[in-house]
Design a protein around this ligand. Sequence first.
Ligand code: COA
Length: 191
Amino acid sequence: MAQNGTESTSTYLYDPTILSQLESSAFHAEYKDGVKPLNPGENFKLRPLCLEDFDKGYLQLLGQLTSVGEVTKEQFEDRFNKMKACDDSYYVTVIEDTSVNQVIGSATLVKEQKFIHHCSARARVEDVVVSDVYRGKQLGKVLVDVLVALGKKLNCYKISLECKDHNVKFYKIFKFEATHGQNYMQLRFFD
Ligand SMILES: CC(C)(COP(=O)(O)OP(=O)(O)OC[C@H]1O[C@@H](n2cnc3c(N)ncnc32)[C@H](O)[C@@H]1OP(=O)(O)O)[C@@H](O)C(=O)NCCC(=O)NCCS
């Protein structure tokens, strides 16, 4: 983390100080260097994705969500740098258990620039996952709560997501609701 000198700010996918400006009720402790300790006494840190997370089990965590495939460190870094170059677009937010140096939760907010709604932007919640051994500790709630606060802070006019039936109840906690007459449709090219 930035505070112990092992990671520099430049390796963050997005500016971590934005996290310290969020109006989020899901966590209470003070920020340090824009990186959030979730609760006093715990080793969970909320922060943007870092380049170093390749070695902290990030892709293995995503593997609990869907198929990831074989991704080399070079491919990971290339994709990370492309996302970082799209300024103000990719807000991949993770929770690290610093006692084991592992990323144990992740959720992404993607900001999409629009011409509509007075050249506004919309946000999409993607790839929400908490490691199976850490579930039930309110970490998923913290992640989604932070993304909602982030979407507001980034002046998005709405946030949307797609989820399986069994997760609808989870997202209702944050006041997401299905819209009558709207359909989620897809054309899938490969898994
Ligand atoms: C969905 C997921 C992220 C939840 O993470 P988590 O850290 O276990 O959830 P939390 O501990 O923060 O749960 C917060 C609350 O939501 C409830 N909850 C959690 N998962 C739920 C679900 N699938 N459906 C309904 N309620 C759920 C919890 O019971 C808890 O309620 P409480 O506040 O009354 O105790 C996690 O189960 C996961 O990673 N699942 C596999 C990947 C996945 O399906 N991701 C979603 C893709 S759309």
